[in-house]
Design a protein around this ligand. Structure first.
Ligand SMILES: [Zn+2]
Length: 119
């Protein structure tokens, strides 16, 4: 196992004021920003951050996204009551997007509730 200098696996989630979907321009439910590594034209490893959004119109065919969308359909929004379930589904979804294991503990959500310290 390679250990790169302080490789923080931080995934930022935004649930408010998310940008429109790049594919259909429709409203999105969630933005996830995660560290992403790829190979450039010279075959070198490059790392940076990548954003992905959850769009109800475009992503319902993706099984991991569909589960998350189903939770939104039932609960309407993320709340302290469904945070556990939500966190697990978000981890699975981000994992499927970046095709790498995601540590659920790496997820940092920007919730209004969290900012107010109500959790
Ligand atoms: Zn879309």
């Amino acid at each position: 196992m390679r250990d790169e200098q302080s490789n923080e696996e931080t995934i930022l989630l935004k649930v408010e004021d998310t940008p429109p979907c790049p594919q259909c321009d429709g409203p999105t439910l969630l933005l996830a920003r995660f560290p992403h590594a790829w190979k450039n034209g010279l075959g070198r490893d490059v790392s940076g951050l990548r954003d992905t959004v959850l769009c109800p119109g475009c992503h319902h065919k993706d099984p991991a996204a569909a589960e998350l969308l189903a939770l939104y359909a039932v609960d309407g929004h993320v709340s302290p009551e469904n945070l556990d379930v939500f966190g697990g589904l978000v981890a699975a979804w981000v994992e499927s997007v970046r095709q790498r294991r995601v540590d659920e503990g790496a997820l940092i959500a920007e919730f209004e509730l969290w900012k107010r310290g109500e959790l």
